[in-house]
Write a protein that binds this ligand. Sequence first.
Ligand code: C2O
Ligand code: CU
Length: 388
Amino acid sequence: MNRLDMPTSVHWHGVRLENGMDGVSGLTQAPIAPGDSFAYRFPLQDAGTFWYHAHHRSYMQVAQGLYGALIVDEPERPDIDADEALLIDDWRLDPETVQIRADFDNRHDHSHAGRLGNLVTVNGAFTHEGARPQNSRLRLRLINAANARVFRLGVQGMSAWVMALDGMPVAQPWPLNQPIDLAPGQRVDLFADITAAPGTQAHLVDIAQNGEGWALASWTAQTGGTRLPRPAPQPLPENPQMAVPVIDIARQVQLDMTGGAMRGLREARYQGQMLDARSLAMQGKFWAFNGRAGDMDSPLLSAFQGETLRLRLHNNTAFAHAMHLHGMHFREVLPNGSTGPMRDTVLMQRGQTRDIAFVAHSPGKWLLHCHMLGHAAAGMITWIEVLA
Ligand code: C2O
Ligand code: CU
């Protein structure tokens, strides 16, 4: 039931579902008008950490908090002592009124690094605090709900393993010895064993560009824990029927990302017309995929159900982008030809070229866009058609 005074829709980020339930207003459904309701009904195929958020003017609605965590449990609970979902966000508040600033259409944000906030929260609070016996194993489900901020996450006083990315278990967990980047839309599941001495704290930290850490969440190690340290964790059970892309047979498609400040668009197609930079800016478009600035009339490509696709993403802009594909997880094709873990969102640093491959297993219209939501609104959005 939409109790807002504007239309909306709900997208189930990372969830494998039928296209009609994907919640993309204007592509898979009509926007839900104020006072109207829409029933999202779909079976859950995968266990893991997902999230849901508004997908109508998302750059505005998500920035105001229209999102939540969607946790699907494994059939059998893994060997852990606690399970905590942490939604990390940054908000742009007006320092005077302490209200969310309503400058959602800010052109500077849209054409630069996106809407960055001035207050970081975890589950809507300034800090997240807990207390656990030493040697407890926490499952931390970290979700980046920010519009544009990339968090660089590390731990202190805990030893952690990466167990799953974007809701999908990794084949072999690895120890979190290096900070991990979490781009908007991405998730990581950690198993984190508290190693801090009793009475001291273990932390989840965001590591700023200058190398300084900032605690996002802290757990006090309690005394009296009788637990012994556990061995390295076993992988989480694989989700069912994940199609593995066979790279040799993949159809290759190029996706060239251009525009933004510093390397502005000279021209691009919008609503079926070629526009120059000035006209594009008047439409609020600053970015393009393959020379099209959010031109949604036709898809980037049409595939047959079951076809394997390999997209070569080339970030020819001066900014980072978090490319998200709806409905189907992909694997990165690494330079040595092997494939990386399954993901639904990939962080593209400026200048990078990366290949992602996936089996187009599900028919329908699937969005592909930058999850820095102002970028998507300003042209970084397209879709893929999978024919049944
Ligand atoms: Cu989480 Cu189209 O997005
Ligand atoms: Cu972007």
